[in-house]
Ligand binder design. Sequence first.
Ligand code: HEM
Length: 547
Amino acid sequence: MAVFNNFTKICWKNFQSDQLNKQLFYVVRSLHKSAASEALGISATEEETMPNRMIKPEEVSEKTQIKTLNDMPGPNTLSNLIEFFWKDGFGRIHEIQMEHRKKYGKIFKSRFGPQLVVSVADRDMVAQVLRAEGVAPQRANMDSWKEYRDMRGRATGLISAEGEDWLKMRSVLRQLIMRPRDVAVFSDDVNGVVDDLIQRVYSLRTQQPDRATVLNVNDLFFKYAMEGVAAILYECRLGCLENNIPQKTQDYIAALNLMFSSFKMTMYAGAIPKWLRPIIPKPWEEFCLSWDGLFKFSIVHVNKRLSEIKAQLERGEEVKGGLLTHMLITREMSVEEIYANVTEMLLAGVDTTSFTLSWACYLLARHPHVQHQIHKEIKKTLEPGAVATAEDVSNLPLIRGLVKETLRLFPVLPGNGRITQDDLVVGGYFIPKGTQLALCHYSTSLEEENFLEPLDFQPDRWIRKDTTDRVDNFGSIPFGYGIRSCIGRRIAELEMHLALIRLIQKFHICLSPLTADIKAKTHGLLCPGAPIHLQFIDREVDALSSP
Ligand code: HEM
C-alpha cells in the first residue's frame, strides 16, 4: 500500500486532535493561480500569454456597445421543450451544443422555464470566464444534493459543497492528490489492479468462440476503474475483477448504476418542485435510494480502516497507510466530511475513467497504424515485459497524447457549468452576477479554428515539437480549469496510462466484427451509444506466427 512519507509515525494524541486547518481561506487565494497552471500542466509563462483578461463592466468605456441578455440570440422555451422532452435531447446534448453553436453563434442563451442558461461555445471566451474566477467558484445549483444530505444529516463533499466549506476541503485534498508526483506513490497499487485487468481479459476471451473477443469492454473498464479508485480511496481491494464479485461490492455497483441509469430521474429530482413530489414521487425516491447505497458503502470501508488504525495505535504500533489513513489521522476534515468526500470521489471517478478507456481502445482498434506507433514507442522505452510506473509515463508522450486526444474527441463531460459570482462582459454581452453559464467543451474540442482536422484521431498532435511549441489549451479542457477543476485528474491519468500501456504491450486491440460504427450519446456523461466489443490478440503469439 502506498505510503505518505510525512506521516508514517503518528501518535494517538495527534489522532484525536481537532481540525487543524481553519485559516486556509486566505492561503488559497494566493495558491489559486498556481493551482490553475498546475491543473493544466502549463508553466507560468504560458499562462501569462493566454488571451483575454476578464473585462469588468465598469472598465468598458461608454463608447463600447455592450449588449444585454435580451439582445442575445438563442432557442426559445418552446423549442427547447420540444428538443429535450419530445426529441430526447437529453441523449444528444453534445449534438445540440454543435447545432446551436452553428445556428446562434459563439454565445447564446437558452430558457428552461424560468431558468436562463448562457452557453459559451468559444475557446477564448471560455478562457476569459475561467481565468477570472474567484476563490471559490460555483459549478451549478446543487440544491437537491444538499437537500438529501441535510435530510440524512450527512456532510457535503467536494462536488456538492460551496464557499468556505468547499475551500477548506479542497485545500486539504489538493495537497494530497493534485500533482503527478503525489499520485506516483500509488503506482504499485494501480499496477496490482492492472494485473487483474489483464487476467480478466484472458478469462473473458476464453468465453467467446473466437477466443479473442471481449464483449462490452465498458463493463470490464467500469470494474477496473472502480477497483482502481477504491484501492486508492479505501486502501483495500473490492474484488470487482474477480469471477465472483463479493455481495457488498455488487450492491454498491447496483447503487452506482441506479444513480446513472436514473440520470434523467435525478435531473428531474432537482427540477421537480417539492410540492409535486407526492404526485410524482419516483425521481426523488430513486435519487435518495442511490445516495443511501453509495454512502453506506463508503461508511463501511472508512469505518473498517478507522478501526484498524485505532487498534494499531492502541497496540503502540506504527501506522502506515495511504490517502484515507492520512485523512483519518490528521483530521483536517471531520469523519463525516471524509465519508462524503470518498463517496463523491468514487462517484466521480468510475464512469469518467471507464468511458475514456473504452473510447481509447475503440479508437486504437479503428486506427491500427496509430496503435503501431504507440506500441513502437513503448517497446523503445521499456524493457520487454517491464511493468511501467508513473515515472515511465513522462517518457511516453504518445500514451499521454492518446488520452488527451481521446478526451478531445469524446470529452466525458461535454459541457461544464458555472454560476457567475460577479457581473461580467463576455463576447460583448453584459452578464449579471448569478447567471448560469454552460461552457461548451464538446463544441470547442471539435472546432476547426482550435484543432486542425478536428475529426481526425491524432494523438501526436499533443506532442510539443520543442519548448517554445504550445499546444492549444482552452480548446480542450476535459478536466476543467483552475481552482475548481477535477481533483482526481492525476489519479484518473495514472489509472488510464498504466492500463493502456500494459494492454498495448500485451495485445493487438482490434475491432470485433460484432462492433459497428459507435456514436456517442449523452447520458449525464458522454458515453458510447452502443456496447463496444473488441478483440484482444496476444502480441507474442502473433509475433511467433507471423512470417
Ligand atoms: C477521465 C476521467 C475524469 C474526467 C474527464 C473528469 C472530469 C472532471 C471535470 C470536467 C470536472 C469539473 C471541473 C470544473 O468544474 O472545472 C471534475 C470534477 C471533479 N472530479 Fe473528475 N474527472 C475524471 C476522473 C475523476 C476521478 C478518478 C476522481 C476521483 C478520484 C474525480 C473526482 C472529481 C471531483 C471530486 C470533482 C469535483 C471537484 C470540485 O468541485 O472541487 N474525477 N472532473
